[in-house]
Design a protein around this ligand. Structure first.
Ligand code: TNX
Length: 538
């Protein structure tokens, strides 16, 4: 309560030092509000995800009507990132911001192949009067750096009409690399279908927070969402339903490629998931011969799980899996094809092993690595190179966690998505109207305040490839509903994947998160005003 009396400048200082809580006798009842307006110059590094290293110093850089964006000659991938930056900055500034190859340009994007320490996605940003330089070893690194430039500018930069204000970036240097190579967001387009445009909007959101994977859950009991040319019934029959009885929908292969291209322009890899052997009711409706009894079941539009299975003893099952995985692999420039493997409650353990033993090689034969939910480690054996997605809870039995640890020791990479931390479809609290709560409620703090590197006992940090934030859509059917569940938890999970553990803590994070509200608003993101966060005063 006391903090509400603090003058804004003092509050900013206190919060910058991370000491707004310290020294108060009782625990703070709830965070006070931030000042209604943003500071003119955002302190360097006060962004999400928190950069690995920040050395503030010197006067700020100012973006002006005369600013030109310089790129090296003959580097189309760099030019593409520069054009993207210009495209972001032009609407709100109203500046021309030409992309030029003149070395005297004031805002410079450059590749330095010798900057090995920056890795595949790192960047260095130097800001000083008259010159802003973004350096990376790769175009992906430049793209991540562009997100930093964006967030260092006032949030009004995200608006689509000209804003009259100064555009400054605090002086100093940010040197930044991700902690983990895999930072994913998953969208379930099977329970409710989302259009290409809606998926693109989600890609835009995750790109701002330096995510680099979009996992699309393309098939489930309620609908099949991707055209498979050799199996036309999957979409002519299997796509026509969704939870609640709506019309469903699917992506043609051209539309799917458009999503993949759009993601690639944001240096985001798309991981398609074809869930097997459970979660296959839509396929079983489309091709009755895939059922052990050969009969076509009724379509399903409820939200139960665990009732469907492919038939292990029929050869047509493997011909089906081959057709689907061959076409999916051909649509996938990325490394992974996710084959699900979760909640196969209607598949006997022996059948599960048979199915997974035969399906995994289909993926590798088509040049892709297997990704699967962690049940693959208990009831079957991951093939070499498999990436395992852990989605257990604190209360998941130790033996199940040990199976994942054993797979990690045998060389599998692990992506952590604990349902009671990282599931964006869990309710924030008991009053949240949307979402589920089978894994408990997941507050903004709970989603942030844990460490992916040490979360799973017996899994060394070296086996952890990263974090993923799944958004299941049993209860979500509009982009606005996706926004309310993802924001504000999605930025925090991005920080878990990107930022060094040592620099992170909830008390300073929640202030940086509060400041993001200006940006959510400018971007038209409908976010949930969690009482745990000191949002700007309204
Ligand atoms: C569990 S997580 C599932 C999904 C549900 C989700 C809802 C996982 C691998 N399976 O089928 O949609 O919970 O939160």
């Amino acid at each position: 309560m006391r903090r509400r009396l603090l003058a804004p400048a003092l509050l900013l200082l206190a919060t910058a030092l991370g000491c707004t809580e310290a020294g108060t006798a009782a625990p703070a009842p709830g965070p006070a509000a931030l000042p209604a307006a943003e500071p003119d110059v955002r302190p360097l590094g006060r962004i999400i995800p928190l950069p690995a290293s920040v050395e503030p110093g010197g006067a700020p850089y100012t973006l002006t009507a005369a600013t030109r964006i310089g790129v090296p000659a003959g580097a189309p991938a760099v030019r593409a990132v520069a054009e993207r930056l210009a495209g972001l900055l032009r609407p709100a500034t109203g500046f021309r911001l030409p992309v030029v190859t003149d070395p005297a340009a004031d805002l410079v994007l450059r590749l330095d192949p010798s900057a090995g320490a920056l890795g595949d996605e790192g960047y260095a940003l130097r800001s000083a009067p008259g010159r802003l330089t973004l350096t990376a070893r790769t175009p992906a690194g430049l793209f991540r750096g562009v997100q930093t430039v964006r967030q260092q500018l006032p949030a009004a930069i995200e608006r689509t009409t000209v804003q009259r204000r100064a555009w400054r970036i605090a002086g100093g240097t940010v040197t930044d690399t991700p902690r983990f190579p895999y930072r994913g967001a998953m969208l379930d387009v099977a329970r409710h279908f989302f259009t290409v445009e809606e998926v693109k909007a989600y890609i835009d959101r995750i790109a701002l927070y330096k995510y680099n994977v979009l996992h699309l859950h393309l098939t489930d009991d309620q609908g099949w969402r991707i055209a498979i040319r050799s199996r036309p019934e999957l979409t002519s029959t299997g796509a026509a339903t969704e939870v609640g009885g709506g019309p469903g929908g699917f992506y043609t292969q051209e539309q799917y490629k458009e999503i993949v291209r759009y993601a690639a322009a944001a240096h985001i890899e798309v991981v398609p998931e074809i869930d097997m052997p459970g979660h296959t009711h839509a396929a079983l409706v489309s091709y009755p011969e895939l059922n052990c009894d050969g009969r076509r079941p009724e379509p399903y539009t409820g939200i139960e799980v665990g009732f469907s299975t492919l038939c292990a003893e029929k050869e047509v099952t493997y011909a089906f899996a081959e057709d689907v995985l061959r076409e999916i692999a051909a649509l996938t420039p990325g490394r992974y094809v996710h084959i699900g493997g979760d909640e196969a409650k209607s598949t006997s353990p022996a059948d599960y092993r048979t199915l997974m033993d035969r399906v995994q090689p289909l993926v590798t034969r088509h040049g892709k690595q297997v990704m699967a939910w962690h049940q693959l480690t208990g009831d079957a054996t991951p093939v070499p190179g498999a990436l395992i997605q852990y989605w257990g809870l604190d209360r998941t039995p130790a033996e199940e966690k040990e199976e994942v640890a054993r797979a990690a020791r045998a060389g599998a990479g692990i992506v952590v998505s604990p349902a009671d931390r990282a599931y964006l479809d869990m309710k924030y609290d008991a009053d949240t109207p949307l979402g589920l709560k089978w894994a408990g409620t997941v507050s903004v703090r709970r989603a942030y305040d844990w460490d992916p590197g040490t979360h799973l006992p017996g899994v060394p940090e070296s086996a952890v490839r990263g974090v993923e934030a799944p958004l299941w859509t049993e209860t979500l059917s509009t982009p606005e509903q996706l926004d309310t569940m993802a924001f504000p938890r999605l930025p925090g999970l991005a920080e878990l994947g990107w930022s060094p553990a040592a620099g992170r803590d909830w008390d300073t994070y929640r202030i940086r998160l509060g400041e993001q509200a200006h940006r959510f608003d400018a971007l038209g993101i409908g976010w949930y005003r969690s009482p745990e966060v000191p949002w700007p005063a309204r």
